[in-house]
Design a protein around this ligand. Structure first.
Ligand code: KG4
Ligand code: ZN
Length: 354
């Protein structure tokens, strides 16, 4: 069976066609994955502007879907289902994808499958690597989320922890903004950090030991926190500006040092908690997915720590690490095979839980 996936939760309009292979170990094959990025539109404003995002999704959705079908050599008649991101995300953006998917499913008499965006990120690992050795611990780390999940059975995701404040990608974006490096911040900081000294600036690592009153079911000690780190960078920058008597007149090397020092602390927090969760839950594999999984240092450290502990580790390729519809089609196939079909009165849910 082939599935059309649609993803519009934030600032990428994406459509993809994914086929089933019939091989239980490597269940899916990506036939196309078209992404219309809105980054140039939002860059001017230093971040995603929700209203501009939803308007651009409306402009792009039809041609993106047509191109995804075209590149896959598929017609509406070849499809077995339409899968769409129901949430979480920006509600105006989500509504474009959900409305399009409902209309398409109704018109082509196809079943509709509602997908959680983070389930999509997790299944991006399976799409490219085949089924993970279970139980697996998966870190989903992006601009909107930093959460650890335990996957004991395929398609079942148990949340182990989350960030108490900013997501890691959000911290990257905010630190880049305060250093005047533009949007999105992750790729720029990643690149500049390569030439910096990661011990040049002393920055705090947050370790939480107390339970979160807002999520009493979670133990709390595997939670993340990045807002203090962002504030520490801000204070360092302001202090240096005062010393210099000038605003943002840093030498390139000093910017590189700040980026490298910030990145070292973020990556360490992500790797430490992920491996701690894997130990606690006797995981047989570890995955990292979501936009920040494109980070070069995070990728290196995951591999290094995995090799050291003889733990298989998995990452998506770079095109599948940021938002895309192929992962939504894959997660949709998983749900479809589990008999989970959505009704045509499906609504977008900006705060959909997983
Ligand atoms: O998954 P994604 O495309 O969208 C969300 O669901 O949020 O992730 C986007 C986030 C942005 O915050 C961006 O700065 C970050 O991923 N990102 C990176 C890198 N590439 C993208 N962060 C660190 N290093 C990178 N190389
Ligand atoms: Zn995402």
């Amino acid at each position: 069976m082939r599935v059309l996936g649609i993803e519009t939760s934030c600032d990428e309009t994406s459509a993809a066609v994914v086929d089933e292979t019939g091989d239980a170990a490597r269940p899916w094959l990506m036939r196309s994955n078209v992404i219309a990025s809105q980054v140039p539109i939002h860059r001017e404003w230093g971040g995603v502007v929700p209203e501009l995002a939803s308007r651009q999704h409306i402009r792009d959705i039809c041609r993106v879907v047509e191109r995804a079908l075209d590149e896959a050599g598929a017609t509406w008649g070849d499809l077995g289902a339409v899968a769409v991101t129901q949430g979480p995300g920006l509600v105006g953006s989500l509504l474009v994808g959900v409305s399009f998917a409902k209309a398409a499913a109704a018109a082509a008499a196809l079943p509709l499958v509602a997908v959680h965006h983070l389930a999509g990120h997790i299944e991006s690992l399976v799409l490219e690597n085949g089924e993970l050795p279970l139980p697996a611990v998966v870190l989903v780390v992006s601009g909107g989320h930093t959460s650890l999940y335990l996957v004991e059975r395929a398609g079942h995701y148990q949340r182990l922890s989350r960030t108490r404040d900013d997501a890691a990608g959000e911290a990257y974006d905010k630190v880049a903004k305060l250093l005047g490096l533009g949007y999105p911040g992750g790729p720029v900081i990643d690149r500049l950090a390569r030439d910096g000294n990661d011990r040049a600036v002393t920055l705090p690592t947050t370790r939480l030991t107390h339970a979160d009153r807002n999520a009493p079911t979670l133990k709390g000690d595997l939670d993340f926190s990045f807002s203090g780190l962002k504030t520490a960078v801000l204070r360092y920058v302001r202090l240096r500006e005062k010393e210099k008597g000038a605003v943002l007149l840093f030498a390139e090397s000093e910017i590189a040092d700040i980026c490298a020092s910030f990145q070292r602390v973020v990556v360490r927090a992500l790797i430490d908690r992920t491996f701690a969760a894997a130990r606690r839950h006797h995981a047989r594999s570890i995955g990292i997915a979501g936009g920040v999984s494109a980070n070069s240092r995070l990728r290196e450290e995951l591999k290094r720590h995995g090799d050291l502990r003889e733990m298989p580790t998995f990452l998506p390729s770079l095109p599948l690490s940021t938002d895309n519809a192929a992962m939504i089609a894959a997660a949709g196939l998983r749900k479809f095979r589990a008999g989970m079909i959505a009704d045509l009165d499906l609504n977008a849910d900006a705060a959909l839980p997983l």
